[in-house]
Every structure is written in C-alpha cells, then in structure tokens.
Design a binder for this molecule. Sequence first.
Ligand code: FEO
Length: 389
Amino acid sequence: MGVFNVTGAVKYVGVDDKDLDLFESQYDVPNGMAYNSYVIIDEKVAVMDSVDASKTDEWLKNLDEALEGKKPDYLVIDHVEPDHSGSIMAFVNKYPEAELIGNAKTFQMLEQFFEGVSFDGKKVTVKEGDEITLGSHTLTFIMAAMVHWPEVMVTYEKSEGILFSADAFGKFGTLDTDEDWACEARRYYFNIVGKYGMQVQALLKKAAALDIKMILALHGPLLTENLDYYIGLYDTWSSYKPEGRGITVAYASIHGNTKKAALELAEMLKAKGAEKVSLFDLSRDDIAEAVEDSFRYDRLVLMASSYDAGVFPPMEYLLLKLKAKTYRNRTVAIVENGSWAPSAGRVIKSYVDTFKDIDLIEPVITIRSSLNNDTRAQLEELADKLVKA
Ligand code: FEO
C-alpha cells in the first residue's frame, strides 16, 4: 500500500507481506499478512512499532518518505514479538538519537531478542496511565498484558481519539486485500489471542472509558467507523460466548468410513433444520479454521477413527489446540470408529473432560468399521438431540 495519510498528522508506514508461507510458522495466510506501523508528526515525531525483519528495507523507505526530512524522536514499542520488533535494530542504527518507549517488560524482552545489545540511554520506561506529549498530540500508555504477550501495551492518542491496539483487532491478510473483516479476524483471534479471553475482557473494560474514534491495529485494516461492531465481536469472542447457532462437525478418518458417517450426520442435521453445519476433514482442511468454527458455533461433534490404541492423530491435534485455547461453554458430542478395540472415544473424552462448562451429549456412539442400520439410527437420534440442544 505504501505510505498514506491516516489523518492530517498520522501516516501509515507499514508493509504488506505477500511472500510469507506460514504466519508464526503455522498459519496459512492465503492473502498474506500486513505488519502495520504508523508515524505521528507533531513538534515531536513518534513512530508506532516496527515490522518483521523480512521487510525492514521497505519499512525504512516508507519511514523516510513519511518523515520528509524530519527525524523521529521516539519509537513506541507496543509489542516485542518479532513480527513487530524485527526492524528495531535497523531503526536504532539509522536514527541513533531517537528514544525507545516501552514498559519494563518490553526492554527486558528486547534485550533477550537482541543478544549483546544494550538500549541504555535510549529507554523511556512507561507504566499504566503515563503520558508523553508530542505537541498537540498526547500518548497515553495502557498495559494489556497477555493480549498476546506479557509485555503488550496499547497506546491511546487523545486529541484524535486513536487507539493503537497492538495485536487486538488484528486480522490475517494484507492491507490491500478486499475481504470481509470478521472471517479472517476471527480465525486470527481464536488461534493467536484466544487463550487470553480474560485479559482481552480487561482491555475492553479499559477501552470503554476512552473516547475512541479509530482503532489502528498492528495487523489488518484501519478501523475508522462502525467501531461498535468490531468491539462487540471482540466482546463476544473473548467472553467465550458462541457467536451464533450452528454445529461444527470435525472428523478424522483414515480410509473414509468415518468420513462417510460424518457426511451422513451433516445431511441429517441439515434435514432436521440445523441453522448451520460446518464440516471439517481434519486431515486436509485448515486446522485453524476448525478451531475458529469450534468457537464460533455453540455445538461441536468430534468424530474419529481409533489408531494405535488411541485416536487418529489429526483429531488429537485439534483437541490439543482446543485445550490450549481453553475451549469451553459449548455442547459437544463424540462419535468413535474402531474395527476391533475402539479407543478414539476414550481419548477424545479425556480431553473434553478438561474443558469447562461443556454439555456432553451421551452416550459416545461407537461405529464398528462402517455405518450399519443400528449405528445409523444412533446418529439420527444424536442429530435430533443436537438440533434441539
Ligand atoms: Fe503480531 Fe503477537 O504479534
């Protein structure tokens, strides 16, 4: 996108990354990723975060263009994760007089990432509520620990009502991607920030006391209108409430018989009037989308083959992720398949038992190799219960 004016005094200097194969070495990003960075030009000049090291040169060039010969006084470091801190050393080398604004944890972590580097003499250490005035603009620092890392803070600029929100309200996809915000913001939220719903709730409470006219996140589009919509979705997601009625059916099938059962169950659910059925082949579909829809809807069916006296691994991978993201507050059903000693149901249930506030539909259904009239009738009964749940 290059450099552009966000307001009269605030310019965008971030970069789009279309070369990235996997974000955080695990998430598919079909539309790339944006590393957002901003400059506030006033009597003093503040740069808001840097970008991933793979895009240092492009960022410095953008910065140069935006500064029009001025020198930055500050680099505000809201988040130290390398997708944002990766170009800090290049900044420090290019602008040795600039000071770095962060909190105590920011600097502790920065020095861990940059071995042998001391930022002494450059550090401006801030804490909750501290203010730094740039001229007509004033930055207020608000600690947001664990949204997504412990050192995270967000910065509120009060004259223009701008919240620089770090990873909060972020989204997969480059800035020039024209797509629905919620779909890729939700996948980003549940997979990256989702474990820390309580901390996001705490940040939303602090944000409610501010007059926010614009949210500028470190990833994804600049949110300049309709803010109640975005904040409302963040409130729903971070309070672990389902966003809507629907049934996610996630299956892990070795030779296709568990898959056939999953497809039949999906048809039964639709025929019985389920509002939405979201089906995932855990061996092939994006696991991050399966996590997203498990949280998005209020009911989840876990169907898997038995394997090595346990569960077929693609299912266990989903269960590990749901456990890590503190999955809770949903209705869950389990269907296992096993040809001689079915074991998948026991393993799935051992995970589900660790999730909070789960309404488990009993009994676990056991398919022997492939569906027959008896197990098909059990699936019909399960479909009835799910639709009514
Ligand atoms: Fe975008 Fe937590 O880094």
